[in-house]
Design a protein around this ligand. Structure first.
Ligand code: R5P
Length: 285
C-alpha cells in the first residue's frame, strides 16, 4: 500500500497507479498545543502488507508527519516499511560549516532510519547523503527526465550549470536532450539568499540556454544567472530543476529576471512540476 505524506499526495497517487497498488487514506489532525497527529486508518485492514511511505520533507511539519506515518503503519502490522523521500530537507546542511554546528542532514537521516527498513531518495543534493542513513538507502537520479518538457527546437542549445557542482546534472540533461554544449558558472554564496555569480566566457548570443540545478530555493542562483545570460543576448533562458522548492518570492525573482519557462519534477508539488519521478521510484521499488 502506498501511504502519502502531506507534501507528496500527487506523486503517491501516480506511484500507486504505476504499481497498481492501493493508495492509503491518511488523516491529519492538530492538537490545541500545536502538536500534530497523522494517521493511516485504512492501513489496519492491510495487516502484513508492505507499506511505502512517500513524503518529501520540505518543512519541519512534513518531517514529523513522515515519522508518524512510519510508526502508524508499523504499528498496524506492516511487514516491511519502505520510505521514499522524493525531496530531502536539510540535505544542504551536510557538514559542519562552523564550530558548534550540527550535521543536520545526518540528524534527520538517522531519525528517518529508525522507522523504516529501507529508504529511496530522488537526486539528493549529494549522493553521499545516502551514507547518513542507518538502513539501506537507494538513490535514483531524475536529471535525464528534465529534458522531457523542453521544446524540441531549441536554438543551438547550451546546458548550463549555475555552479560547478551542478555540472553532472547539466550533462545528464544535455545527453537526454540529444544535442547541445555544456558549461558552468562560478557561484559564491554570500548569505542564505544572496549569491555572487561569475559567468564563464561562453558565447550565448542568439542561443537558447537551459539552466540546470538540483534545487531552486530562494531563486537567487537562477535569477542571477538569468540576468547575466539575458544581458549577453541569449535568445531564451529556460530553468530546469529536480526540486522546485521555490521558497518565498523565488518565482517572482525568476519571472522578473526574464525566464522563458521553468520546469521541475514532482518531488516538490508546484505548478512548474512538469515531469513525474513516479516511474523511476516504481522501478526502485
Ligand atoms: C546549492 O548548492 C544548490 O545546488 C542550489 O544551487 C541552491 O540550493 C540554490 O539556492 P537558491 O535558489 O536559494 O539560490
Amino acid at each position: 500500500m502506498i501511504v502519502p505524506g502531506p507534501t507528496s499526495q500527487a506523486l503517491a497517487a501516480t506511484l500507486a497507479d504505476e504499481l497498481d497498488e492501493p493508495l492509503a487514506d491518511v488523516e491529519y489532525d492538530r492538537f490545541p498545543d500545536g502538536e500534530k497527529l497523522t494517521a493511516a486508518p485504512g492501513f489496519a485492514a492491510a495487516d502484513g502488507d508492505r507499506a511505502v511511505v512517500v513524503a518529501s520533507t520540505t518543512t519541519d511539519e512534513a518531517h514529523v508527519r513522515l515519522l508518524q506515518l512510519q510508526d502508524a503503519v508499523r504499528e498496524a502490522g506492516a511487514s516491511e516499511v519502505v520510505t521514499v523521500v522524493p525531496y530531502m530537507g536539510y540535505a544542504r546542511q551536510d557538514k559542519v560549516f562552523e564550530p558548534g554546528h550540527p550535521i543536520s542532514a545526518r540528524a534527520v537521516a538517522r531519525a528517518i532510519s529508525t522507522g523504516t527498513d529501507r529508504v529511496v531518495l530522488v537526486t539528493p543534493h549529494e549522493t553521499a547523503l545516502a551514507d547518513f542513513f542507518t538502513v539501506p538507502c537507494e538513490v535514483v537520479d531524475a536529471s535525464p527526465q528534465l529534458a522531457d518538457p523542453l521544446p524540441g527546437d531549441l536554438a543551438d542549445p547550451l546546458f548550463l550549470a549555475p555552479d560547478e557542482g551542478a555540472t553532472e546534472l547539466a550533462v545528464a540533461v544535455r545527453d537526454a536532450y540529444g544535442e547541445g554544449q555544456t558549461d558552468y558558472f562560478e557561484k559564491k554564496r554570500l548569505s542564505g539568499s544572496e549569491v555572487e555569480i561569475t559567468p564563464s566566457d561562453a558565447d550565448v548570443g542568439g542561443r537558447d540556454v537551459v539552466l540546470v540545478d538540483d534545487i531552486v530555493a530562494t531563486g537567487s542562483t537562477m535569477a542571477g544567472s538569468i540576468g547575466v545570460l539575458n544581458d549577453r543576448g541569449a535568445a531564451g533562458v529556460y530553468v530546469t530543476t529536480i526540486h522546485p522548492l521555490l521558497a518565498q518570492n523565488a518565482r517572482t525573482k525568476l519571472e522578473r529576471a526574464g525566464v522563458e519557462a521553468i520546469y521541475g519534477t514532482d518531488t516538490i508539488e508546484r505548478d512548474v512540476s512538469a515531469v513525474s519521478v513516479a516511474s523511476l521510484v516504481a522501478d526502485a521499488l
